[in-house]
Design a protein. Structure first.
Length: 235
């Protein structure tokens, strides 16, 4: 017999499964395709694999049901633990900047709802995504499994430390801002690896930056102004 704790989870899974079955024909798919065409292609994201991933991942399942109608608008939305799900354009831009190939192992710092991890899972061979909030990590792991993202590992840990057990990574994508790049993330990059990270003070405009590692050397490239929630280290 299901416990009182299990019944709400089962009800949540049933609703998600129903929404997923209907996704190919309902309004959400039409909104998603329009989102990619108008908000992403038109703003310079041209990688066909990234565009296909954005067309395939049902963003409305990664937000509260009451927000599903706005899931394909180009702005962040609130999720649990006072966090946000990034705007679709930013997810696509960061994925393109990471230059992910089908053989890559990718680390995502800041799982949030799991939406970004689902997009990365469509591009890479393996994805490790780390989250400091247990509630978010558990919910994301459940939903990603339901959606068939079996190449994703969700870990509850301090994102500033990366995830050494899975290193080295071909790409690291950081979904929260910091004033300086955490050294462990650089150290866990493979030779030729790319690190995509928003750099700058909290509450001010930050700069999305691509760091590339070649041997013991790194080079950085600014990709544009952004605004993200802060990357917080555990005490």
């Amino acid at each position: 017999m299901a416990s009182g704790h299990d019944r709400p989870n089962r009800h949540r899974r049933t609703k998600r499964s129903r929404a997923r079955r209907n996704d190919a024909t309902d309004a959400h798919r039409k909104r998603r395709l329009a989102m990619v065409d108008r908000q992403i292609k038109n703003r310079g994201v041209t990688d066909p694999r990234v565009l296909a991933a954005m067309e395939s991942v049902p963003r409305h399942l990664f937000v509260e049901e009451s927000l599903a109608g706005t899931a394909y608008q180009d702005h962040p939305l609130p999720i649990a633990a006072s966090q946000t799900i990034s705007q679709p354009y930013m997810v696509a831009l960061m994925a393109q900047a990471a230059e992910i190939t089908p053989d890559d192992r990718v680390l995502e710092v800041g799982t949030g709802s799991g939406y970004g991890a689902a997009v990365l899972a469509a591009l890479a061979a393996e994805v490790v995504t780390v989250e400091r909030h247990q509630k978010l990590a558990d919910a994301a792991a459940e939903l990603l499994a339901e959606l068939g993202c079996h190449n994703v590992e969700v870990a509850k840990t301090d994102g500033t430390l990366g995830y050494p057990r899975g290193a080295p990574y071909s790409a690291v994508v950081v979904t929260a801002s910091t004033e300086s790049t955490p050294l462990p993330l650089v150290e866990q990059l493979a030779d030729g690896g790319r690190l995509i990270i928003p750099l700058g003070p909290l509450g001010e405009v930050q700069h999305l930056t691509r760091l590339r590692r070649t041997g013991d050397r790194t080079t950085t490239e600014p990709l544009g102004r952004v605004r993200f929630v802060p990357l917080i280290a555990d005490d």
